[in-house]
Design a protein around this ligand. Structure first.
Ligand code: ATP
Ligand code: MG
Length: 408
């Protein structure tokens, strides 16, 4: 991609931000705010979000979950059936001009359960796991911190149906492992898992996946050595029950949450199956969410410095940020366009700053702000060689094309 053509260039300064990720993502040209809690994803932001979704999809498919796509517009009757039309405080309610009422889905138990009911007849149809990745809508009283808490935001939500509690518990553990893999691949090394009960969406028990950062809204008491953590309000340990380590306290962001739903939703929609013994039973259900857009914001909260974002490799919008300097010189211009061509022919993702009317300093600042893992420079100084630098490292090397290919 030529940076000269990229839609959504960097901004010198921005006003009205309330978190580091909000500031950096806006300034670097990944997102743009329409109103409080409502965002647009520009090309760079869309690439990152798609990469996060691809990582999630792969792990979902590995645990035998199948992808579907459900609507955001939910007829009121579905939410009345589960008694949630009036009990979910963040529910957006819409009146159609034709006298119908709808909810804008904040979560999808109200559609997945009736959908599963159409296909689950016997124990042979179980277990069943379906997921989708869509926008969710929540009428948050205070949208804040950019994409960390939106009114419209992205979520992957997975739902599973099981013949009994034991089968659910088994699958639940698989999801925990899949989640830890997803977060690790997204560059979040340390995830703290809290066990909680209830919550506004009436669950039996749940586990939250948290990332420690000052930008967080939850107070966590946690062990530095392992995944153990507790919410401050319910904490009843002074030392880690596993490691016997002293516990620490800090703010955290919840990036994922998984729940044992029991039979509540299957009962509400009268979803039953015939078990091996010939008896009719309600399946036991689990649901598992990851906030995809919140995850993107969290990754930036964790990976940045005073100059900008430092994207973890797997989800960086491009692998290489190529900077051409002195481009008015014919030779240098040819060299840098050639390098761009050779790299892209090898399917290496390159953002090429080919602007001719921008100073070297500005180009360096933009590269640091955007945060692509490898920066290459071609200039008068480099001759046939290439200047190589990693975003998270000060060391500069002058290398040949072959050395570059070896490195990446
Ligand atoms: P919170 O306590 O932060 O309001 P929640 O517990 O109500 O979130 P869940 O119903 O567990 O949220 O939703 C699953 C995931 O969706 C959360 O773990 C979080 O990552 C994400 N999420 C929830 N609300 C928002 C929001 N307003 N903006 C962005 N992501 C969100
Ligand atoms: Mg939650």
């Amino acid at each position: 991609m030529f940076y000269s053509k990229l839609f959504g260039k960097t901004k010198k300064e921005i006003k009205n931000y309330d978190s580091i990720s909000h500031k950096l993502l806006t300034q670097a040209g990944f997102i743009d705010q329409i109103a409080s809690g409502i965002f647009e994803y520009l090309p760079l932001g869309k690439i990152v979000l798609s990469k996060i979704e691809t990582i999630i999809r792969k792990e979902m498919n590995t645990i035998d979950a199948q992808e579907v796509l459900m609507p955001s517009l939910h007829p009121k009757i579905l939410w009345e059936k589960t008694n949630r039309w009036n009990s979910v405080d963040v529910l957006f309610k819409i009146k159609s001009q034709w006298a119908n009422e709808y909810a804008l889905a904040p979560t999808h138990e109200e559609t997945i359960t009736p959908l599963a009911k159409k296909f689950i007849k016997s124990y042979k149809d179980l277990p069943l796991a379906l997921y989708h990745i869509t926008a969710k809508f929540r009428d948050e009283k205070r949208a804040k911190s950019g994409i960390l808490r939106g009114r419209e935001f992205g979520m992957k939500d997975l739902y599973s149906f099981h013949k009994d509690k034991k089968d659910l518990e088994n699958y639940y553990q698989k999801v925990i492992k899949a989640y830890l893999k997803i977060f690790k691949k997204c560059g979040l090394k340390e995830i703290k898992i809290t066990e909680a009960s209830g919550g506004s969406f009436t669950k039996k028990f749940s586990h939250e996946f948290n990332v420690i950062t000052p930008a967080g809204e939850v107070n966590l008491i946690y062990c530095e050595k392992c995944e153990f953590a507790q919410n401050e309000e319910i904490a009843n340990n002074n030392v880690c029950p596993k490691c016997k380590n002293n516990l620490k306290k800090n703010k955290a962001i919840e990036v994922g949450n998984i729940f044992d739903l029991g039979t509540r939703f299957c009962e509400a929609f009268d979803l039953k199956f015939i078990d091996k013994d010939g008896k009719e039973k309600y399946p036991v259900m689990g649901c598992y969410g990851i906030g995809t857009t919140r995850l993107m914001g969290t990754i930036v909260e964790i990976n940045n410095d005073e100059k900008g974002i430092i994207w973890p490799e797997n989800i960086a919008p491009y692998k290489i940020h190529l900077i051409g300097l002195d481009l008015k010189d014919k030779n240098i211009r040819q060299n840098s366009y050639n390098l761009y061509k050779k790299l892209t022919e090898k399917n290496i993702e390159v953002l090429f700053d080919n602007r001719e009317d921008v100073s070297a300093g500005e180009k360096f600042n933009d590269a640091d702000l955007i945060g692509i893992p490898i920066r290459l420079i071609i200039s008068k100084k480099t001759g046939d060689k290439i200047e190589y630098k990693k975003r998270n490292n000060k060391e500069i090397k002058i290398i040949s094309f072959d050395e570059l290919i070896n490195k990446i």
